[in-house]
Design a protein around this ligand. Structure first.
Ligand code: NAP
Length: 368
C-alpha cells in the first residue's frame, strides 16, 4: 500500500474519485526519550517512524513540507531540559516534550499546501523540524525562499539565525570602532567565525579562542584573524588574554560564558563592551556559572549586554544584502559543516558540545 501511494504521489497519477486512497509517506524523525540534564548522548535520542498522510484539513492554511537542510543549534539543549530559566524570557524557548517531534530552523520544499502563500514544490525557510516531513499548522513561521543563486544550505546557515546573530550582535550590541581590539570565543563556530570576519572587515584587531589547533590554524590562515589560541591548552585564561591583548580588550563577543567570561572581564579596557550571546560552557553543567569581578565591571564602566537574535529581525534585509555582497566578492568565507541523513541529527547535535563542528553545523536531510 505504501509503495502504491508513494508512486501515485511521485508521478502525480490521476486518482479516480471512486478509488479511496489516502496518499502517505513514511516519516522518520528524531525525538528525545526523556529530558536531558547534562551533556547529550546518543541514548537520549530515538529515531521514530510514522506514516504521514499527505493531506491537510479542508479549508485550513496548513502546509506539509519535506525537509532539505536543518540547522543544528546549541540553544536546543536548553529546551530539552526539564527546566531552564530561559523559558521565562521568550516563547522561542518553549520546552521540547519527550517523544514529540522537534522543531529546527531550515530549508524545505512544499509537498502539500492549503495556504495561498505557499505552492507545491516551492522552497521555504523557517521552522521545519528534525525529521523528513512536517505538517506546519497554518504555515506558521515559514516564508518563501529565493536562494539568490547560493547553495540551499547557506539559507539554513549563514543566511539564517547564526549569521544574523553575528551581524546584529557585533554591530548593534558591541558598537565597534575601527582599530578596536576584539576578542571572540567559540570563534570557529557558526556565530563566532562570522563575528571575527565582520570585525576584520570593519578594521578591528581580532583574536579568537577555539578548542583545538586545527581550528587555530583555520582562523589565522583562512579567515584572516590576527591571532587565535586553543583554550584547552591554556591553564590560566586571565594570563592568556593578557598575553594576546597587552593593551586590553575593547570588545568581547561571548559565546561560551564560564571561565572565559571572567578572564575577558579581567582584561577589558575602560568602557569595554561585552555582547553576551551564549554560554555554551554552562549549558550542560548546572554547577558552572560565570562570576565576573563586579568591581572591574563598575570601575572600568564595562557594559555587559545579553541579546537575542529575535530582537533584531528588523536588520534582516540589510544583513542579507550585506552578506550576499561579501560572499559574492569573496570578502566573507562561508564555513559550514554538513552531515547527511535524518539519522545523523543526534550525533551532529551531540558534537556541538564536544567541539566536533567547524563552522555552521547543518544536516542535509534530503537534497531534493
Ligand atoms: P557553534 O559555535 O557553531 O558550535 C558550538 C561550539 O562551541 C563547538 O564547536 C565548540 O567549539 C564550542 N564549545 C562547546 N563546548 C564548549 C565549552 N565547554 N567551552 C567552550 N567552548 C565550547 O554554535 P553557534 O550556533 O555558533 O552558537 C555559539 C553560541 O551562541 C552558543 O552559546 C549559542 O547558544 C549562542 N547563540 C545565541 C544566539 C542569540 O540569539 N543570543 C543565537 C545563536 C547562537 P570549540 O572547539 O571551540 O570548543
Amino acid at each position: 500500500m505504501y509503495q502504491l501511494t508513494y508512486l501515485l504521489y511521485k508521478h502525480q497519477w490521476h486518482i479516480p474519485p471512486s478509488m479511496k486512497v489516502t496518499m502517505e509517506v513514511n516519516n522518520r524523525y528524531i525525538t528525545i526519550k526523556t529530558h536531558i540534564e547534562g551533556a547529550p548522548k546518543e541514548s537520549d535520542f530515538e529515531l521514530k517512524n510514522a506514516a504521514l498522510a499527505l493531506s491537510i484539513e479542508a479549508g485550513s492554511n496548513d502546509v506539509i513540507v519535506k525537509t532539505l537542510y536543518v540547522s543544528i543549534d546549541p540553544y536546543q539543549i536548553n529546551l530539552m531540559k526539564s527546566y531552564s530559566s530561559s523559558r521565562k524570557a521568550t516563547v522561542a524557548a518553549a520546552p521540547i516534550t519527550p517523544g514529540e517531534a522537534i522543531d529546527g530552523y531550515g530549508v524545505a520544499k512544499v509537498v502539500v499546501s492549503g495556504n495561498p502563500e505557499f505552492q507545491k514544490d516551492e522552497l521555504v525557510v523557517g521552522f521545519v523540524g528534525w525529521g523528513e516531513y512536517k505538517l506546519v499548522k497554518g504555515g506558521d513561521r515559514l516564508r518563501n525562499l529565493d536562494p539568490m543563486g547560493f547553495p540551499l544550505s547557506y539559507h539554513a546557515g549563514i543566511f539564517g539565525y547564526g549569521g544574523l546573530t553575528a551581524y546584529s550582535g557585533f554591530f548593534e550590541i558591541c558598537k565597534p570602532r575601527k582599530g578596536e581590539k576584539v576578542f571572540v570565543s567559540g570563534a570557529s563556530g557558526s556565530v563566532g567565525n562570522l563575528v571575527g570576519q565582520f570585525a576584520k572587515l570593519f578594521g578591528c584587531y581580532v583574536v579568537g579562542s577555539v578548542g583545538n589547533n586545527k581550528k587555530v590554524a583555520l582562523l589565522k590562515e583562512k579567515l584572516g584573524f590576527d591571532d587565535a589560541f586553543n583554550y584547552k591548552e591554556e591553564p590560566d585564561l586571565k594570563a592568556t588574554l593578557r598575553r594576546y591583548f597587552p593593551d586590553g580588550i575593547d570588545v568581547y563577543f561571548d559565546n561560551v560564558g564560564g571561565d572565559m567570561l571572567e578572564a575577558a572581564v579581567a582584561n577589558m579596557n575602560l568602557f569595554g563592551r561585552v555582547a553576551a550571546c551564549g554560554a555554551i560552557s554552562e549549558y550542560t553543567n548546572a554547577s558552572k556559572r560565570a562570576s565576573p569581578n563586579m568591581l572591574d565591571v563598575v570601575y572600568k564602566r564595562i557594559k555587559i549586554q545579553g541579546f537575542l537574535v529575535s530582537d533584531h529581525i528588523n536588520l534582516y534585509a540589510d544583513f542579507v544584502s550585506t552578506i550576499g555582497d561579501h560572499l559574492r566578492n569573496g570578502k566573507i568565507q562561508p564555513l559550514e559543516d554538513i552531515s547527511n541523513g535524518v539519522e545523523s541529527i543526534p550525533s551532529a547535535f551531540i558534537g556541538l558540545f564536544q567541539g566536533d563542528n567547524i563552522g555552521k553545523k547543518i544536516v542535509c536531510v534530503a537534497e531534493d
